[in-house]
Each structure stands twice: as C-alpha cells, then as structure tokens.
Design a protein around this ligand. Structure first.
Ligand code: FAD
Length: 305
C-alpha cells in the first residue's frame, strides 16, 4: 500500500516541489546519487572501480517533453563517455540510458537517433550502453528500438522486469547469443492486468526468468539486492555450468554496498548502477517506495535538523 502511495506521489509536481525543496533532501539524495556533475560521477566511479567493482552510469532525468531537452541529454551522455574514456575508466564503466529522457514520448524516431549517437560515442570510448526499462506503456517501443540498435551495436543491453506478466516470453526472445539482458523485479506502479502485485509472485517470476536467461546463450545481468535471489542465481550458475565470466550481478549505488564488495571479492563481476545529475526526484521516490525504512532514514534526517 505504502509502495503504491509513494509511486503515485512520484508523478505529482506538488510532491516534487515539497520533496526537492526540503532541506533534508540533500542528505537523502547523497546516499543514492553520486552528485550533480560529470566530475562527481567520475570521482565515485574511480573509487568503486579501485575497489574491484564495475559500473553503469545513469544521467538522471526522464519523461522529457521537448526535443531540445532531449538533445541536451544526448550531448551530456556524449560528454560523459568522452570523459570516461579520457580517465581510462572504460570498459569498466558503461552507461544506462532512459529513452524517455531522449524524447521517446515525444518522437520515437528522434529518440532512436539520439540513442544511436550515444551508442556511437560508447563504441568510440570502448564501452557499451544499456537501455533502462520504464513503465509498461513503453516496453514495446523500447524493445523495438533495442532490436534496431542491435543491428549496428550488437552489445546494447536490454532490461526486463520480472513483475510484468509478459516478461518470461521476452526473456525467451532475448536469451540468444550476443544478447545482454539485465533482469530486475521492476520499479514502477503497474496495474494488475499487466503485472504481478504480490511480492512472492514477483520473486517466483524472477526465478522463472532467471532460469530462461541462464539456460540461454546470452549474458544475464542479475540486478537485485535480494539475498535469496542472489543465492538462487549462484546455484543456477552452477546448475547451468556458467562460469563467473558468463553473467554478472548488478546493484544500485548506496544499497547493500558490503554485499557488492563481498560478491566482487568472491570473483563475481558486480556492477554498480551510479546515478548522477540534478533531476533526482523520480529516482529517489522509486528507492523510497522499494523500502519503507528509507522513509525512516528521511524522517531521521529531518528530525536531526
Ligand atoms: P527487493 O525485494 O525490493 O529488496 C531486497 C532487499 O534489498 C531488501 O530487503 C533490502 O535489504 C534491499 N533493498 C532493495 N531496495 C532497497 C532500497 N531502495 N533501499 C535500501 N535497501 C533496498 N527497475 C526498473 O523498473 N527498470 C530498470 O531499468 C531498472 N534498473 C535497475 C538497475 C539495477 C542495477 C538495479 C539493482 C535495479 C534496477 N531497477 C530497475 C530496480 C528494480 O526493478 C527493483 O525495484 C529494485 O532493485 C529493488 O528490488 P530487489 O530485487 O532489490 O528486491
């Protein structure tokens, strides 16, 4: 219930004004976000890479409403990739991109051209791009853009959300050789008609999807902080004879950092999703929705002022 309320609030400009304007927000944001500039993202990336982790960087922002803004996002990614390359942080670091930030909701063709420019910059920098998945109204469009991009940039990564009823079928489609698929539970407020609502049903769906990806010929990227799913993933890797270099774990910056380092120390490729930028509201609200105790963190920070 609380999760649904927070996710509904994440679409409210009034709530955004209150949350972003609150003095406490900076402390909460700092826990989950690297900072607001490319330099901030590079500093955090360097620290994490030095600790044996790999990285995917997200320039925060979504639901762009005009193409000038989308072009600005594209140029930010191009500059980020050049900076990563100059700092010799590629290929350890790649980038994650939200198509809605590149104009998907305004003009799909323009969004495709924008993401194509980012893929070109990534190739020049010697690294890859993964297309984040947003709410279910964008799934078909995102997978179509992915299929087009993969003709020229075959290593472009996809994200599939286990909570969607359609996802097992999408996993089968994308389990082939050369495919990179991030499997996550899913972070948006979705109707029952398209998504499992019960946590246990989502977890079971995650395992079914995991089995399909692990049995396939692609490269599964298991994005979860759930200890049970991490253990099941390790078990399935043994079962399907996948060595540690044929899949990876992914976790979000600031969430279970000790577990991230433990997995890396055990030889698992562990990729940290590092967001940066000033438009942190939607991202932050999804993190609050995932874990009500994050609200306590927010409240404690407020009380200590
Ligand atoms: P949960 O059952 O939510 O959590 C398991 C445990 O992890 C919790 O008990 C807690 O200990 C810890 N935990 C989980 N979330 C938090 C949190 N916010 N704060 C503190 N502790 C927490 N979703 C999308 O819809 N599209 C995407 O493109 C996408 N990309 C992602 C990329 C990465 C690398 C990761 C890790 C997640 C991504 N997600 C994405 C979010 C994902 O869908 C889930 O919402 C999120 O990962 C929480 O699910 P969980 O598997 O960690 O399990």
């Amino acid at each position: 219930m609380l999760r649904k309320l927070i996710l509904a609030a994440s679409r409210s400009p009034k709530v955004e004004q209150v949350v972003v304007g609150a003095p406490v927000s900076r402390d909460v944001v700092r826990r989950f976000v690297a900072g607001s500039t490319i330099d901030d993202a590079l500093t955090v990336t360097r620290e994490l890479v030095d600790e044996g982790l790999t990285i995917t960087i997200d320039n925060l922002g979504e639901d762009t409403t005009n193409l000038d803004q989308a072009a600005g996002v594209r140029e930010e990614y191009v500059a980020l990739l050049a900076a990563l390359s100059a700092a010799e942080l590629t290929p350890a670091a790649e980038v994650s991109v939200k198509l809605s930030a590149l104009g998907q909701l305004v003009d799909e063709k323009a969004a495709l051209e924008n993401v194509r420019a980012i893929c070109t910059a990534a190739t020049e920098a010697g690294t890859t791009v993964t297309l984040d998945m947003e709410d279910h109204t964008t799934t078909d469009s995102t997978l179509e853009i992915l299929a087009t991009l993969r003709k020229d940039f075959p290593t472009t990564g996809a994200v599939l959300q286990a909570y969607l009823r359609r996802t097992e079928a999408d996993c089968r489609e994308l389990a082939g050789a050369g495919s990179r698929v991030r499997l996550c539970k899913g972070a948006y407020k979705e109707p029952e008609s398209v998504a499992y609502q019960d946590k246990l049903d989502v977890d079971k769906a995650y395992v079914r999807c995991l089995n399909i990806l692990m049995a396939g010929d692609g490269y599964p990227m298991l994005a979860t902080h759930d200890p049970r799913l991490v253990a099941i993933s390790q078990d399935r890797a043994r079962w399907f004879g996948r060595s540690q270099d044929r899949f990876e774990f992914q976790m979000l910056y600031g969430i279970r950092p000790h577990e991230q380092r433990r997995l890396a120390a055990e030889g698992y490729t562990t990729r940290v999703y590092v967001p940066y930028g000033s438009d942190s509201f939607g991202y932050l609200m999804r993190r609050l929705a995932e874990r009500p105790t994050n609200l306590m963190f927010f409240a404690r920070a407020l009380a200590s002022r």
